[in-house]
Design a binder for this molecule. Structure first.
Ligand code: NDP
Ligand code: MG
Length: 389
């Protein structure tokens, strides 16, 4: 029986993880659930899964959650500090990091420091501070098992393979809802349109990241740190059917690909159950539904975010942190119709030029960089035509 702390339990990944837990009560028990501000869903989850504790990080929601759960043996906490404490409890065996964005970093570091096994969905953690996270994990002998479907695919392809047998990895990208579109079309697209992902059902932020291809940019950085690769060992190919979740090419030229239907519950279940592979009754892949699988290079001219992320990875230091912080700000603004689709990558590029470079950042440097980048990015958002009118 694994006792789980599910950080971000009210999100897209968090709720799907709870579905996995529900299907396997003999394997998983919920110890901790956390949300930021969705108090009603957190309360409902606490009533259903009966965890030892819940954390609502938005302090204005604390009393509401506490009162709602007052008749139950569930401890209720609030704030980031509490979140970082509960993940270290002896009663936690594994931590699922499914908080969105930079906000997930401190709790993952706290869990690593306490030697907890990590199932990681929160890719921004590795984008911002991959070196620090992987170094701490190595020191504490903590294994980080990826949840992101591409990285789960690569992880699965690497089972039984020595790491130095990798020539390169190839991350597949669906291309998102605007595959094949050009800037004259993208200039006017709205969030409601960008949220319609052709293959995957995901949270709002990652859906926009998929539409801009920033998601793939974040994923190349995530892969670098997870698998300890050189920057030139990470390729991207657009594969609109999302049947192949990613591939590894080995030193002998052999390629291994991991395939399946696009359902995040599969990589979530794999990460939670690892090293076991457990059964489920989810829909199966049917080759008759995919008479043709196709591959094409990404259109880096129309979707510059992928190149921006690669540049940030090559420059290293605190630049990926700036990229991430700015991206969080502009995606939020786009979701609220405050910036245009094409403005997002322009603002990221401009913000990277504004923030001072730190070659070897500490955790505190990342916090400072994140703040500074958000301040610049918010200034650019305010100047957008859409924000003004
Ligand atoms: P959602 O927006 O659906 O959920 C985010 C979760 O994090 C919610 O529980 C939310 O709480 C919580 N949260 C948000 N902000 C904070 C904060 N400041 N402090 C504490 N908790 C916070 O996101 P997703 O589930 O889509 O994504 C989560 C992570 O997983 C992201 O890093 C994403 O890149 C990654 N991922 C997601 C995939 C997907 O299919 N969705 C696929 C691969 C990776 P509340 O509900 O109260 O706001
Ligand atoms: Mg992914």
């Amino acid at each position: 029986m694994k006792r789980l702390a599910i950080l971000g339990s009210t999100g897209s990944i968090g709720t799907q993880a709870l579905d996995v837990v529900l299907a396997h009560p003999e394997l998983f028990e919920v110890e901790i659930l956390t949300a930021h501000s969705n108090a009603d869903l957190l309360i409902a989850q606490a009533k259903q899964y009966k965890p030892n504790a819940v954390v609502v990080t938005d302090e204005t929601k604390y009393t509401y959650v506490k009162d709602a759960l007052s008749g139950m043996p569930v401890k209720v906490f609030t704030g980031m500090k509490s979140l970082c404490e509960v993940v270290q409890w002896d009663t936690v065996d594994m931590v699922l990091g499914a908080i969105l964005g930079f906000a997930g970093l401190a709790s993952i570091l706290a869990a690593i420091d306490a030697g907890k096994r990590i199932a990681l969905a929160n890719k921004e953690t590795l984008v911002v501070a991959g070196e620090l996270v992987m170094q701490r994990a190595a020191e504490k002998r903590v294994q980080i098992i990826p949840v992101d479907s591409e990285h789960s695919a690569i992880f699965q392809c690497l089972v039984g393979e020595p790491i130095d047998s990798i020539e390169k990895i190839i991350l597949t990208a669906s291309g998102g809802p605007f595959l094949g579109r050009k800037p004259n079309y993208l200039v006017n697209v709205k969030a409601s349109h960008a949220l319609q992902h052709p293959n995957w059902v995901m949270g709002a932020k990652i859906s926009i990241d998929s539409a801009t291809l920033m998601n793939k940019g974040l994923e190349i950085i995530e892969a670098k740190w997870l698998f300890g690769l050189r920057n030139d060992q990470i390729d991207v190919v657009v594969h609109p059917q999302s049947a192949i979740h990613s591939m590894v090419q080995f030193v002998d030229g052999s390629l291994k690909a991991q395939m399946g239907i696009p359902d995040m519950k599969v990589p979530i279940q794999y990460a939670l159950a690892y090293p076991e592979r457990i059964g489920n009754d989810y829909k199966r892949f049917n080759f008759k539904d995919f008479p043709k699988l196709s591959f094409e290079p990404p259109d880096n001219k129309t979707f510059p975010s992928l190149d921006l992320a690669r540049k940030a990875m090559n420059t290293a230091g605190n630049v990926p942190c700036v990229l991430n912080a700015t991206n969080e700000v502009v995606v939020h603004a786009f979701l609220h119709n405050k910036v245009g689709f094409l403005e997002m990558s322009e603002m990221i590029e401009k913000t990277i030029e504004c923030v001072s470079f730190i070659e070897h950042p500490t955790f505190e440097d990342y916090e400072q960089t994140d703040k500074e980048a958000r301040a610049y990015a918010n200034e650019f958002v305010k100047k957008s035509q859409l924000s003004i009118y």
